[in-house]
Design a protein around this ligand. Structure first.
Ligand SMILES: [Fe+2]
Ligand SMILES: [Fe+2]
Length: 158
């Protein structure tokens, strides 16, 4: 292990790898949910958001590739299982599931940016910020489709 300088950090590299694998499982969950919901959503008023969800699906795949790249670079093994995906035949349920998942994802990435910075992994935090920009956009699109104000997800504890 290289000598480290500066203030003590709240997260180790090993812990960061575990947390990134958690993020990766959420990305797999998002890919599957967006693939499913974009096809299952019915109703004329939902056709715009259905095609938007297809775009989200491809963005989530890019996030999964980027996060697995970092898990590998940091010396871990990228996760291969998604977090649980809920299904429904009601359009509003699907959009709410997505909204809640995006909130959870944003809460976690906000924390992850700070943790990457703490470990001086600035290239990682830069990539996380770019991912966050997409996730905020997803959250906003879902809130708009649901006719609600875009919520503030806050930040995860760790
Ligand atoms: Fe994502
Ligand atoms: Fe997203």
């Amino acid at each position: 292990m290289p000598e480290t300088a500066g203030p003590p950090v709240s997260v180790t590299r090993e812990k960061l790898i575990d947390l990134l694998n958690d993020d990766l499982e959420r990305e797999y969950q998002a890919i599957i949910a967006y693939v499913n919901y974009s096809q299952v959503l019915k109703g004329a008023q939902y056709m715009n958001i259905a095609s938007e969800l297809q775009v989200h699906a491809t963005e989530e795949l890019n996030h999964a590739l980027k996060i697995s790249y970092w898990v590998d670079v940091l010396g871990g093994m990228p996760a291969v299982k998604p977090k649980n995906v809920k299904t429904s035949d009601k359009a509003e349920d699907m959009l709410r599931f997505d909204l809640e998942n995006e909130k959870e994802t944003i809460r976690n990435y906000r924390r992850r940016v700070k943790q990457a910075d703490e470990l001086n992994e600035f290239a990682l935090s830069e990539d996380l910020r770019e991912i966050l920009r997409d996730e905020q956009d997803h959250l906003n699109a879902l809130a708009t489709a649901l006719g609600v104000d875009t919520p503030d997800p806050g930040i995860a504890d760790a």
